[in-house]
Design a protein around this ligand. Structure first.
Ligand SMILES: Cc1cc2nc3c(=O)[nH]c(=O)nc-3n(C[C@H](O)[C@H](O)[C@H](O)COP(=O)(O)O)c2cc1C
Length: 215
């Protein structure tokens, strides 16, 4: 237990993290998700039809991974990554924060900790209990209760417009593959031009992958 009541990692505004969630059979899933952090409250809007929503509804556990790899953002937005990308972990301090439905299932308790999964390559992660507070035809809204966090590595990342442009293009691309909107395509094309101009090797690889996914 690190004694904190709130995360020191999640910043104000929208934090584009890679969420790792898991289902009842222990199959982990990763997807880019925005944590909306305003006035000291963290919330999620999860669209229906995603594994992330299904998993969070099932066990209320949401692990936000901080990574700085544009390829991973593109990959996890469009496909299911393999088990080799994930690491099993146990949260000692989850019990008091536990979703009721999860407390009934103690099969995966190790010591007094609760099992969760994170990305192997995470530089840091923040573990939350997600509580559903609303629903519309397209999505469910969750309030996030902080459980614990860990800083694994502290690499320094000089700001790169190419990295930011890949993330922006990927957000538009997840909508573009459904709507095929010309307006979205124009935004993606602009982002890709910035990614190519300002990005490094990984941004270029991410752009190549993105173009394949939106073909
Ligand atoms: C940067 C970024 C942020 C995203 N934020 C959200 C979000 O907050 N909620 C959501 O439902 N989908 C969001 N998406 C789209 C999901 O990542 C996408 O639908 C993904 O395919 C869901 O994967 P899953 O079915 O494995 O959960 C975001 C995508 C990107 C690239």
């Amino acid at each position: 237990m690190n004694g904190r009541k709130e995360s020191s990692i999640i910043a104000g505004g929208i934090n584009e993290v890679i969420a790792v969630t898991f289902d009842g059979s222990g199959r982990a899933n990763a997807a880019p998700i925005g944590i909306i952090n305003r006035s000291g409250r963290s919330r999620l809007v999860l669209f229906k039809g995603t594994h992330t929503l299904d998993n969070v509804l099932e066990n209320g556990i949401f692990c936000a991974n901080i990574v700085h790899d544009p390829v991973l953002y593109v990959k996890t937005a469009f496909e299911d990554i393999g088990s080799e990308f994930f690491e099993e972990d146990y949260a000692e301090d989850f019990a008091e924060n536990l979703a009721e439905n999860y407390a009934e299932n103690c099969a995966d308790v190790k010591g007094c900790g609760r099992r969760f999964y994170r990305l192997k390559s995470a530089e840091s992660y923040v573990l939350f209990k997600a509580v559903k507070t609303g629903e519309s035809a397209e999505s469910c809204i969750f309030e996030l209760d902080f459980v614990s966090e860990k800083v694994i590595a502290t690499p320094v990342h000089p700001f790169n417009r190419g990295f930011a442009a890949v993330i922006d293009a990927t957000v538009h691309a997840t909508r573009y593959v459904i709507s095929r909107s010309a307006e979205l395509k124009a935004l993606i094309d602009y982002d890709i031009s910035i990614a190519k101009k300002c990005g490094g090797e990984r941004e270029n690889e991410a752009v190549r992958m993105l173009l394949e996914y939106i073909k």
